[in-house]
Design a protein around this ligand. Sequence first.
Ligand code: IMP
Length: 224
Amino acid sequence: MTPAKLRVVLATGNPHKLREVTEVLASPWLEVVPLGDFAGAGMPREGVKSLRDNALAKARAARDFTGMTSIGDDTGLEVDILGGAPGVSSSRYAGENASYDDNVRKLLGVLQSISRHERSARFTCWIALAFPDGREKLFRGHCAGHITFVPRGTNGFGYDPIFVPDGRKSTFGQLSPALKNRLSHRGRALRSLKLYLRKTYREMYARQDSNLRPADSKSDALSS
Ligand code: IMP
């Protein structure tokens, strides 16, 4: 049998996300290529409607630009006492061009007088998969936890230094990348995606689909 790989494009310009995604999806039968590797590729602007729609828009834009199977994701932090805010506006919570630090400072300020027991929150991640033939599939992952009073840790990105996942004492910013991936919203959604991609790969492999690209490895890519 000829070893071969399924090649998918990841529609993100965020190096932290790229690292998390490639770590979880790493497999001999799968190759993840960042959209930035394609000259002239641009990311669609995020809308304010829903995480799901934003994920789909990113996957479709990458698929339309490259003609290849593509993945898009969008994540929001939903704080219960704020009615789910910042949610779909997580990246712009403190303003249109806000930095991660600006957003963290704003959230901590808004929650200043809120007790530990009312600081519950969750990350929600949507991942969309868009195939060249028009098929689409969605995956979702949650991670429940609470917001700290001060930032702790320098790992990760975004709201990681102020989010403690349930069952842990450390923030995502203090946990190792591998542990964050095991517990996180994105890790969970990605593991569902990976199972689906593996099934897709097996089907393509069985019919010797010409869209599979030859693998570099001499070992049978299906064996792991
Ligand atoms: P994005 O649009 O999916 O990049 O996510 C919107 C915002 O949510 C980002 O700007 C980050 O501030 C935050 N965010 C997304 N994923 C994570 C994560 O895994 N940890 C912490 N913050 C995140």
